[in-house]
Design a protein. Structure first.
Ligand SMILES: [Zn+2]
Length: 126
């Protein structure tokens, strides 16, 4: 008579012999949110990427806006921003910022205007 462990192992082996492959049949995993990788940051080029910000002050009719978020600090003539700040205002002034739809382009006119003025490259997914 074998040990309990040997009996157990035999039961498992018997079960797998009768039901080949079933022990590995796991339910399919839910598809992970798919974000394509943005082009890498080039430290020599001022760049930004798009993030979505809700705007709680404009009511439910507002869909918020897509802003340009700096990848590096920006110190222009009268504009000082840290990496992670939007061009139009610092991150702390936003109610929330999150990664938006990869295909989305910025819709914030202030961000767009400043990106053009300061020659900031907008990184988009490859
Ligand atoms: Zn903006």
């Amino acid at each position: 008579m074998g040990s309990f462990q040997e009996m157990f192992d035999k039961m498992v082996a018997d079960h797998e012999a009768r039901n080949p492959g079933q022990s590995e049949a796991l339910p399919p995993a839910a598809p992970a949110p798919h974000f394509r990788e943005l082009a890498p940051v080039d430290s020599g080029v001022a760049s930004a990427h798009v993030q979505y910000a809700f705007n709680p002050y404009q009511g439910a009719s507002s869909n918020g806006a897509y802003h340009l978020i700096l990848d590096q600090p920006l110190h222009a003539a009268r504009l000082h921003r840290n990496a992670g700040d939007a061009l139009c205002k610092p991150r702390s002034k936003f109610w929330g910022l999150e990664r938006g739809n990869d295909r989305q382009t910025a819709t914030c006119s202030v961000c767009l205007e400043r990106a053009a003025r300061y020659s900031i490259a907008v990184r988009t997914p490859a």
